[in-house]
Design a protein around this ligand. Structure first.
Ligand code: AMP
Length: 219
C-alpha cells in the first residue's frame, strides 16, 4: 500500500505515520526528517536546506524529488510506504505520479488530516521529541508519563525543532496554503482524496485512518 498524508505543519502527519507504519508494515518517508538528517550530518544538501527551512519556506522541488526518487528505490519500500510531508507542491505530485508509473505502482490514498490554522500555533510550539528514539511529545497534549523520561526508551534528553517557533509557523502555514493546498483538488479529481478530522484525539484520528486503510484494494 502506498499513501500520502496531507495537512498543515503540526497537524499530526508524523505522529500518525509512525503509528500506521507499525500496524500496517509500511515505511514512513518524511522529507522533513531526511532534510534534518542531512543538516545534522553537515552535508552540502543540509547546508543548502537549513536557511530555507529556518525561514519556513519550501526547499526546491528538484532537491526534494531527487531525494524521494532515490529513497523509494530502497528495498524496505517494497512492502509499501507512507509519504509524510511529500508531495508539497503540484510539480512534486506530478513527479511522484511519474515515479510510480515508471515502476508500475499505484497510489492508494492521499489523506488530508484537517486542522484549522488557529489550532496550529499551539500544537507546533508545544511539541518535542526524545533525542534518543524520536518518540513525539507535547507540553500540553501528550506529556511523558513521568516528566523528563521518555515512555518508549527511558531516554532523558529531549529536543525541539529549530523551526517550531511562533515566528516561523506563520510562514509555514502560508507556504502550506499557497503551495500545498492545491494538492487537495489534485487528488480529489483522481478519486484518491480522503479527509480525517485532525482535531479529534490522537487515538481517534488513528482509528479513522485505519478504517480508510482497511478499504484499500489488496493486491
Ligand atoms: P516537515 O518536517 O515536513 O514539517 O518539514 C520541515 C521543513 O522541511 C519544511 O518547512 C520545508 O522547509 C522542508 N520540506 C520538507 N518536505 C518538503 C517538501 N516536500 N518540499 C519542500 N520543502 C520541504
Amino acid at each position: 500500500m502506498r499513501l500520502i498524508l496531507l495537512g498543515p505543519p503540526g497537524g499530526g502527519k508524523g505522529t500518525q505515520a509512525k503509528r500506521l507504519q507499525d500496524r500496517f508494515g509500511l515505511v514512513q518517508l518524511s522529507t522533513g526528517d531526511m532534510l534534518r538528517a542531512a543538516i545534522a550530518a553537515g552535508s552540502e544538501l543540509g547546508k543548502k536546506a537549513k536557511s530555507v527551512m529556518d525561514a519556513g519556506q519550501l526547499v526546491s522541488d528538484d532537491i526534494i524529488i531527487g531525494m524521494i526518487a532515490e529513497r523509494i528505490e530502497q528495498p524496505d519500500c517494497k512492502g509499501g510506504f507512507i509519504l509524510d510531508g511529500f508531495p508539497r507542491t503540484i510539480p512534486q505530485a506530478e513527479a511522484l505520479d511519474r515515479l510510480l508509473a515508471d515502476k508500475g505502482l499505484n497510489l492508494d490514498f492521499a489523506i488530508e488530516i484537517r486542522v484549522p490554522d488557529e489550532r496550529i500555533v499551539e500544537r507546533i510550539t508545544g511539541r518535542f521529541t526524545c533525542a534518543k528514539c524520536g518518540a513525539g511529545y507535547h507540553d500540553k497534549f501528550q506529556r511523558p508519563k513521568t516528566d523528563g523520561v521518555c515512555d518508549v526508551c527511558g531516554g532523558t534528553e529531549f529536543s525541539r525543532r529549530a523551526d517550531d517557533n511562533a515566528e516561523t509557523v506563520t510562514a509555514r502555514l502560508n507556504a502550506y496554503h499557497a503551495q500545498t493546498a492545491p494538492l487537495l483538488p489534485y487528488y480529489e479529481e483522481k478519486g484518491k482524496l480522503r479527509v480525517v478530522d485532525g482535531t479529534l484525539p490522537i487515538d481517534e484520528v488513528t482509528r479513522k485512518l485505519e478504517e480508510i486503510l482497511q478499504t484499500a484494494n489488496v493486491g
